[in-house]
Design a binder for this molecule. Structure first.
Ligand code: KG4
Ligand code: ZN
Length: 359
């Protein structure tokens, strides 16, 4: 019964989106942020509440999956209430419930997925399943409401490093990706080796401002040709440098290590992104994922991109790292394209990949 009602309402939303407002309640719980947002017409953020567990996981030096699920469970009800209240929206006004179903930590995802299923069932509204990485790209539609595909997207997060051609709301073509570690992962691991704690990205970003790019990290792995990446070699080179210094009892200039690592890591993605934009004749570059909040990447890609006549878009900081507003934006794009409707059998898919066609 629910399934038929949801299907009918979903088809109605697809038909009526140009003539009426669509209110989506979106839930994100793939890692260590419990987030709920209320989004109007896929572009207007009425509320975007983010309850972060960073302080809890920092004690362990990284995200502990069981601890993450337990904290999502404790937080989610309150976060939903706060999101509705802040948006001044009641449950009866919600047209669809959207949820991240992958990729991410399975136990963490399941909290959001099960909550979303119960809510959609109780409200008798469509349940929309959202791919987390596509959500990161869609953060840019909120920041730049007139943005439309095709464009080039650089996805840089804790789990992904990829250059993708976004052909339309549904189709992506993979141009290049990492063959080992993701860039965010290399930031986190280098930070851990330097004793900076979790999450490493923002800490390295800050310290690098006080340092000089004066250390050359020899990486045999950074891929000179094509559009693929390798961050494992760079991470190992930095860790080896730190170990050698420690063995020799020599002082480590942490800001210089941060600045030098960051320069190598960032230039690799900047150069390949600009090369890809030229090759595929795309004038707009859209950056997505947690590492999009990195100040050196924002500055370098914007400046060098501009020199090449590119428009480079970054979401505001709060929409770069995990949040539910981006999930709502992506759900809206799905609804108006007639995609993404899930039923009550929806489950979490921890290793969900972006569906690409490959060039
Ligand atoms: O997108 P995100 O919030 O979660 C994933 O889906 O992975 O990205 C988290 C990653 C972490 O590796 C974190 O260290 C990195 O983004 N990050 C940064 C910065 N802020 C977050 N990396 C470099 N510079 C930053 N300012
Ligand atoms: Zn993410």
């Amino acid at each position: 019964m629910y399934k038929e009602i949801a299907e009918e309402k979903f088809n109605k939303l697809k038909k009526e989106f140009k003539t009426r407002d669509i209110i989506i309640l979106a839930i994100e719980s793939s890692c260590d942020e419990t987030s709920v947002a209320i989004i109007k017409n896929g572009r207007e953020v009425l509320s975007n509440i983010i309850s972060s567990q960073i302080d809890i996981h920092a004690k362990f030096g990284g995200v502990v999956p069981e601890v993450a699920s337990r904290n999502h469970l404790m937080a989610i009800n309150g976060v939903v209430k706060e999101a509705l209240q802040k948006a001044n929206v009641e449950l009866k006004d919600v047209d669809a419930v959207a949820v991240t179903y992958g990729a991410g930590l399975v136990g963490a995802l399941l909290v959001g997925v099960n909550y979303a299923k119960s809510l959609a069932y109780a409200l008798k509204v469509p349940l929309i399943k959202v791919n987390h990485i596509k959500g990161h790209i869609s953060a840019n539609y909120i920041a730049s409401p007139n943005l439309e595909p095709p464009f080039l997207s650089l996805i840089v997060s804790g789990g992904h490093t990829a250059i993708v051609k976004v052909e339309n709301f549904l189709k992506n073509t993979l141009i290049g990706s990492t063959i080992d570690d993701a860039i965010g992962e290399s930031y986190d691991k280098v930070a851990k080796a330097l004793g900076l704690g979790y999450p490493g990205g923002p800490k390295i970003d800050k310290l690098a401002k006080e340092g000089k790019n004066n250390i050359t990290f020899i990486t045999h792995n950074i891929m000179p040709n094509g559009f693929n990446f390798s961050y494992s070699g760079l991470k190992t080179a930095v860790i080896n440098y730190i170990h050698t210094k420690k063995q020799k009892n020599e002082e480590i200039n942490i800001p210089d290590v941060c600045a030098s690592f960051q320069h190598t890591a960032v230039m690799e993605i900047v150069n390949k992104t600009i090369k890809a934009a030229k090759k595929y004749k795309l004038k707009t570059v859209v950056v997505a994922g947690g590492v999009a909040s990195n100040s050196y990447l924002r500055e370098t890609l914007s400046n060098l991109g501009e020199k090449e006549g590119l428009t480079v878009l970054f979401p505001p900081m709060v929409l770069c790292t995990d949040n539910a507003a981006m999930i709502g934006a992506e759900a809206y794009n799905n609804i108006i394209s007639g995609e993404g409707l899930a039923d009550l059998t929806l489950t979490a898919v921890s290793n969900l990949h972006l569906k690409y066609s490959v060039k």
